[in-house]
Write a protein of this length. Structure first.
Length: 337
Protein backbone atom coordinates (compact mmCIF):
# COMPACT_ATOMS: atom_id res chain seq x y z
CA UNK A 1 0.00 0.00 0.00
CA UNK A 2 1.35 3.44 -0.90
CA UNK A 3 2.42 5.63 1.99
CA UNK A 4 0.10 8.62 2.57
CA UNK A 5 1.75 12.05 2.99
CA UNK A 6 -0.25 14.58 5.01
CA UNK A 7 -1.36 17.71 3.20
CA UNK A 8 0.84 20.65 4.23
CA UNK A 9 -2.11 22.74 5.39
CA UNK A 10 -3.26 19.92 7.68
CA UNK A 11 0.14 19.72 9.36
CA UNK A 12 0.28 23.49 9.74
CA UNK A 13 -3.09 23.51 11.45
CA UNK A 14 -1.92 20.83 13.85
CA UNK A 15 1.19 22.81 14.82
CA UNK A 16 -0.71 26.07 15.25
CA UNK A 17 -3.35 24.36 17.37
CA UNK A 18 -0.75 22.73 19.60
CA UNK A 19 1.15 26.02 20.00
CA UNK A 20 -2.03 27.66 21.30
CA UNK A 21 -2.49 24.98 23.96
CA UNK A 22 0.81 26.10 25.55
CA UNK A 23 1.29 29.34 27.54
CA UNK A 24 0.45 32.00 24.97
CA UNK A 25 3.25 34.59 24.97
CA UNK A 26 1.08 36.84 22.80
CA UNK A 27 -0.44 38.00 26.10
CA UNK A 28 2.93 39.41 27.16
CA UNK A 29 4.26 41.03 23.97
CA UNK A 30 3.13 43.00 20.94
CA UNK A 31 3.35 41.44 17.46
CA UNK A 32 4.73 43.59 14.63
CA UNK A 33 4.56 42.46 10.99
CA UNK A 34 6.52 45.36 9.49
CA UNK A 35 9.53 43.11 8.83
CA UNK A 36 7.47 41.13 6.34
CA UNK A 37 6.97 44.29 4.28
CA UNK A 38 10.66 45.14 3.80
CA UNK A 39 13.86 43.46 2.69
CA UNK A 40 16.72 42.75 5.05
CA UNK A 41 17.41 40.59 8.11
CA UNK A 42 18.73 43.28 10.49
CA UNK A 43 16.53 45.39 12.76
CA UNK A 44 17.87 48.35 14.73
CA UNK A 45 15.79 49.22 17.78
CA UNK A 46 16.10 52.52 19.65
CA UNK A 47 15.09 52.12 23.29
CA UNK A 48 14.21 55.64 24.41
CA UNK A 49 14.34 57.29 27.81
CA UNK A 50 13.57 60.85 28.90
CA UNK A 51 14.99 62.69 31.92
CA UNK A 52 14.54 66.14 33.42
CA UNK A 53 12.08 68.09 35.52
CA UNK A 54 9.93 71.21 35.61
CA UNK A 55 10.63 73.99 38.11
CA UNK A 56 8.73 76.73 39.90
CA UNK A 57 10.49 80.00 39.10
CA UNK A 58 10.36 83.50 40.50
CA UNK A 59 10.17 86.52 38.24
CA UNK A 60 13.33 86.90 36.18
CA UNK A 61 14.56 83.35 36.87
CA UNK A 62 15.08 80.66 34.24
CA UNK A 63 15.39 76.88 34.28
CA UNK A 64 18.61 75.39 35.56
CA UNK A 65 20.65 73.33 33.10
CA UNK A 66 20.44 70.26 35.34
CA UNK A 67 16.67 70.07 34.89
CA UNK A 68 16.55 70.44 31.11
CA UNK A 69 14.43 67.76 29.47
CA UNK A 70 16.72 65.36 27.64
CA UNK A 71 15.68 62.48 25.45
CA UNK A 72 18.25 59.76 24.93
CA UNK A 73 18.26 56.24 23.62
CA UNK A 74 20.32 53.10 23.45
CA UNK A 75 20.39 51.57 19.99
CA UNK A 76 20.47 47.79 19.81
CA UNK A 77 20.97 45.86 16.61
CA UNK A 78 19.13 42.58 16.18
CA UNK A 79 19.63 40.03 13.42
CA UNK A 80 16.51 38.19 12.32
CA UNK A 81 16.99 34.43 12.66
CA UNK A 82 15.08 31.34 11.65
CA UNK A 83 13.65 29.13 14.39
CA UNK A 84 13.22 25.67 12.94
CA UNK A 85 12.33 22.18 14.09
CA UNK A 86 12.83 19.02 12.03
CA UNK A 87 11.16 15.68 12.66
CA UNK A 88 12.29 12.65 10.59
CA UNK A 89 10.54 9.29 10.85
CA UNK A 90 10.29 6.07 8.87
CA UNK A 91 7.20 4.27 7.55
CA UNK A 92 7.99 1.33 9.79
CA UNK A 93 7.87 3.56 12.89
CA UNK A 94 4.44 4.91 11.99
CA UNK A 95 3.13 1.42 11.22
CA UNK A 96 4.40 0.21 14.60
CA UNK A 97 2.88 3.17 16.46
CA UNK A 98 0.44 5.56 14.72
CA UNK A 99 1.11 8.18 17.43
CA UNK A 100 4.67 8.73 16.23
CA UNK A 101 3.70 11.62 13.93
CA UNK A 102 1.36 13.20 16.50
CA UNK A 103 4.01 13.15 19.24
CA UNK A 104 6.66 14.48 16.85
CA UNK A 105 4.47 17.43 15.93
CA UNK A 106 3.77 18.09 19.61
CA UNK A 107 7.50 18.19 20.31
CA UNK A 108 8.19 20.63 17.46
CA UNK A 109 5.36 22.88 18.65
CA UNK A 110 6.51 22.80 22.28
CA UNK A 111 10.11 23.64 21.34
CA UNK A 112 9.00 26.57 19.18
CA UNK A 113 6.83 27.92 22.00
CA UNK A 114 9.68 27.54 24.49
CA UNK A 115 12.07 29.34 22.14
CA UNK A 116 9.73 32.33 21.82
CA UNK A 117 9.15 32.37 25.59
CA UNK A 118 12.87 32.28 26.40
CA UNK A 119 13.58 35.14 23.98
CA UNK A 120 10.78 37.27 25.47
CA UNK A 121 11.98 36.65 29.03
CA UNK A 122 15.56 37.52 28.05
CA UNK A 123 14.35 40.88 26.74
CA UNK A 124 12.25 41.50 29.87
CA UNK A 125 15.41 41.07 31.95
CA UNK A 126 16.82 44.21 30.26
CA UNK A 127 14.14 46.40 31.90
CA UNK A 128 15.39 49.87 32.84
CA UNK A 129 13.30 50.07 36.04
CA UNK A 130 14.46 47.55 38.64
CA UNK A 131 13.65 46.89 42.29
CA UNK A 132 15.75 44.94 44.79
CA UNK A 133 13.61 42.48 46.76
CA UNK A 134 14.28 40.92 50.16
CA UNK A 135 10.81 39.37 50.69
CA UNK A 136 7.94 38.54 48.32
CA UNK A 137 5.19 40.19 50.35
CA UNK A 138 2.36 42.63 49.70
CA UNK A 139 4.54 45.69 50.29
CA UNK A 140 7.03 44.47 47.66
CA UNK A 141 4.36 44.18 44.97
CA UNK A 142 2.68 47.44 45.97
CA UNK A 143 6.00 49.31 45.82
CA UNK A 144 6.87 47.71 42.48
CA UNK A 145 3.54 48.71 40.96
CA UNK A 146 4.10 52.24 42.25
CA UNK A 147 7.31 52.38 40.18
CA UNK A 148 5.33 51.94 36.96
CA UNK A 149 5.62 55.46 35.50
CA UNK A 150 2.20 55.64 33.82
CA UNK A 151 -1.10 56.61 35.40
CA UNK A 152 -3.04 53.97 33.48
CA UNK A 153 -2.14 50.56 34.93
CA UNK A 154 -4.42 48.61 32.60
CA UNK A 155 -2.75 45.50 31.17
CA UNK A 156 -0.18 45.09 33.94
CA UNK A 157 0.90 41.53 34.71
CA UNK A 158 3.58 39.92 36.85
CA UNK A 159 5.47 36.77 35.81
CA UNK A 160 7.14 34.67 38.52
CA UNK A 161 9.08 31.40 38.77
CA UNK A 162 7.25 28.32 40.15
CA UNK A 163 9.72 28.15 43.06
CA UNK A 164 8.32 31.45 44.34
CA UNK A 165 4.68 30.43 44.11
CA UNK A 166 4.35 28.86 47.56
CA UNK A 167 6.23 31.68 49.31
CA UNK A 168 4.09 34.31 47.58
CA UNK A 169 0.84 32.55 48.47
CA UNK A 170 1.87 32.26 52.11
CA UNK A 171 3.16 35.83 52.37
CA UNK A 172 0.18 37.42 50.61
CA UNK A 173 -2.49 35.22 52.21
CA UNK A 174 -5.84 37.02 51.78
CA UNK A 175 -4.19 39.78 49.73
CA UNK A 176 -3.91 37.34 46.82
CA UNK A 177 -7.32 37.65 45.16
CA UNK A 178 -8.83 35.17 42.73
CA UNK A 179 -11.11 36.17 39.89
CA UNK A 180 -13.23 33.28 38.58
CA UNK A 181 -13.33 34.56 35.03
CA UNK A 182 -9.56 34.78 34.71
CA UNK A 183 -8.47 31.73 32.73
CA UNK A 184 -4.89 32.41 31.65
CA UNK A 185 -2.56 29.43 32.05
CA UNK A 186 -0.39 29.68 35.15
CA UNK A 187 -2.53 32.31 36.88
CA UNK A 188 -2.54 32.08 40.70
CA UNK A 189 -4.32 35.32 41.68
CA UNK A 190 -4.11 39.11 41.64
CA UNK A 191 -2.35 41.63 43.88
CA UNK A 192 -3.61 45.22 43.64
CA UNK A 193 -5.54 44.04 40.54
CA UNK A 194 -2.33 42.82 38.87
CA UNK A 195 -2.46 39.11 37.87
CA UNK A 196 0.38 36.91 39.12
CA UNK A 197 1.33 34.27 36.53
CA UNK A 198 3.76 31.36 36.86
CA UNK A 199 6.27 30.52 34.13
CA UNK A 200 9.25 28.17 34.26
CA UNK A 201 10.99 30.48 31.80
CA UNK A 202 11.38 33.14 34.52
CA UNK A 203 14.71 32.60 36.36
CA UNK A 204 14.31 31.58 39.99
CA UNK A 205 14.41 34.58 42.31
CA UNK A 206 13.24 37.04 39.64
CA UNK A 207 9.88 38.49 38.61
CA UNK A 208 8.78 40.75 35.76
CA UNK A 209 6.00 43.30 36.16
CA UNK A 210 4.88 45.22 33.10
CA UNK A 211 2.64 45.32 30.04
CA UNK A 212 2.77 43.75 26.58
CA UNK A 213 3.85 47.13 25.15
CA UNK A 214 7.36 46.61 26.55
CA UNK A 215 8.29 43.70 24.28
CA UNK A 216 7.76 43.51 20.53
CA UNK A 217 7.92 40.39 18.37
CA UNK A 218 8.94 41.41 14.84
CA UNK A 219 7.68 38.70 12.50
CA UNK A 220 9.22 38.08 9.09
CA UNK A 221 7.35 34.83 8.46
CA UNK A 222 4.72 33.02 10.49
CA UNK A 223 4.68 29.27 10.99
CA UNK A 224 5.32 27.42 7.73
CA UNK A 225 5.50 23.67 7.12
CA UNK A 226 7.50 21.64 4.67
CA UNK A 227 7.60 17.90 3.96
CA UNK A 228 10.09 15.72 2.12
CA UNK A 229 10.13 11.99 1.50
CA UNK A 230 12.87 9.56 0.49
CA UNK A 231 10.73 6.84 -1.09
CA UNK A 232 13.63 4.40 -1.46
CA UNK A 233 14.44 4.48 2.29
CA UNK A 234 10.82 5.15 3.32
CA UNK A 235 12.05 8.15 5.32
CA UNK A 236 9.74 11.15 5.89
CA UNK A 237 10.83 14.54 7.21
CA UNK A 238 8.52 17.24 8.56
CA UNK A 239 10.03 20.72 9.07
CA UNK A 240 8.38 23.64 10.88
CA UNK A 241 9.88 27.13 11.02
CA UNK A 242 9.29 30.74 12.00
CA UNK A 243 11.42 33.77 11.09
CA UNK A 244 11.26 36.54 13.70
CA UNK A 245 13.05 38.47 16.43
CA UNK A 246 11.98 39.59 19.90
CA UNK A 247 13.15 42.93 21.31
CA UNK A 248 12.64 45.22 24.29
CA UNK A 249 11.20 48.32 22.63
CA UNK A 250 9.85 50.29 25.62
CA UNK A 251 12.03 49.88 28.69
CA UNK A 252 9.74 52.11 30.76
CA UNK A 253 6.91 49.55 30.67
CA UNK A 254 8.74 46.68 32.36
CA UNK A 255 10.00 46.36 35.95
CA UNK A 256 12.45 43.67 37.00
CA UNK A 257 12.37 42.39 40.59
CA UNK A 258 15.08 40.29 42.25
CA UNK A 259 17.70 40.19 44.98
CA UNK A 260 20.46 42.80 45.08
CA UNK A 261 23.87 41.62 43.87
CA UNK A 262 26.58 41.00 46.47
CA UNK A 263 29.16 42.99 44.50
CA UNK A 264 28.29 46.43 43.16
CA UNK A 265 29.47 46.96 39.58
CA UNK A 266 32.16 49.57 38.94
CA UNK A 267 34.27 50.90 36.10
CA UNK A 268 37.58 51.11 37.93
CA UNK A 269 39.77 51.64 34.90
CA UNK A 270 39.13 52.70 31.30
CA UNK A 271 42.30 53.50 29.38
CA UNK A 272 43.55 52.66 25.92
CA UNK A 273 41.56 49.59 24.94
CA UNK A 274 41.37 48.14 28.46
CA UNK A 275 38.21 48.36 30.57
CA UNK A 276 38.00 46.70 33.99
CA UNK A 277 36.18 46.87 37.29
CA UNK A 278 34.21 44.99 39.93
CA UNK A 279 31.16 42.78 39.41
CA UNK A 280 29.50 39.81 41.09
CA UNK A 281 31.18 36.50 40.30
CA UNK A 282 29.38 34.81 37.40
CA UNK A 283 27.64 37.99 36.23
CA UNK A 284 27.58 38.73 32.50
CA UNK A 285 28.83 42.29 32.10
CA UNK A 286 27.69 44.28 29.08
CA UNK A 287 30.15 47.05 28.16
CA UNK A 288 28.93 50.18 26.36
CA UNK A 289 30.99 53.05 24.96
CA UNK A 290 28.94 56.18 24.32
CA UNK A 291 25.77 54.06 24.67
CA UNK A 292 26.86 51.57 21.99
CA UNK A 293 27.38 47.95 23.04
CA UNK A 294 31.00 46.97 22.31
CA UNK A 295 31.10 43.55 23.98
CA UNK A 296 30.52 41.42 27.06
CA UNK A 297 32.65 39.79 29.76
CA UNK A 298 31.93 37.25 32.50
CA UNK A 299 33.04 38.29 35.98
CA UNK A 300 35.32 35.97 37.98
CA UNK A 301 36.53 36.50 41.55
CA UNK A 302 34.29 39.60 41.78
CA UNK A 303 36.02 41.33 38.87
CA UNK A 304 35.85 41.62 35.08
CA UNK A 305 38.14 42.85 32.31
CA UNK A 306 37.53 43.62 28.65
CA UNK A 307 39.62 44.71 25.69
CA UNK A 308 37.87 46.98 23.20
CA UNK A 309 38.59 46.91 19.47
CA UNK A 310 39.45 50.62 19.39
CA UNK A 311 41.26 52.97 21.76
CA UNK A 312 39.18 55.06 24.11
CA UNK A 313 39.54 58.84 23.84
CA UNK A 314 39.01 61.63 26.33
CA UNK A 315 35.32 62.31 26.87
CA UNK A 316 34.14 58.79 26.01
CA UNK A 317 31.50 57.50 28.42
CA UNK A 318 32.04 53.88 29.43
CA UNK A 319 28.99 52.20 30.99
CA UNK A 320 28.53 48.65 32.24
CA UNK A 321 25.51 46.54 33.15
CA UNK A 322 26.19 43.44 35.26
CA UNK A 323 23.45 40.80 34.96
CA UNK A 324 23.26 37.81 37.31
CA UNK A 325 20.42 35.28 37.34
CA UNK A 326 18.04 35.77 40.26
CA UNK A 327 19.23 39.33 40.87
CA UNK A 328 18.54 42.85 39.68
CA UNK A 329 21.17 44.49 37.49
CA UNK A 330 24.08 46.50 38.82
CA UNK A 331 25.28 49.44 36.71
CA UNK A 332 28.15 51.89 36.64
CA UNK A 333 29.73 54.43 34.30
CA UNK A 334 32.93 56.41 33.93
CA UNK A 335 34.03 59.31 31.73
CA UNK A 336 37.44 58.73 30.13
CA UNK A 337 39.89 61.45 31.11
Amino acid sequence: MAHIIYDNFVLENKVEEMVKTQIDMNNYLTPDYSLAESAGMVKKVNVYDATGAVEELAMGEGNTDANDIEVGFVQREYRVKTTQGRFPYYDEQEMSDPMVVEVGLQKIAALMVNDLTDKAIAEMSKAKIQKAVSAWNFDTFADAIALYPYENEEGLFCLINPAQKAAIRKALNNNLQYVEGFARTGYIGTVCNVPIIVSKAVPEGEAYLGTSKAITCFIKKGVEMEQTRDADKRKNTITARKVMLVALTDATRMIKLGAAQDTVATVASASGKAISGAASTGAVVEIYVNKELVGTATAANSAYSFTASENLVSGDVVSVIARLSGHVDSTASKVVQ
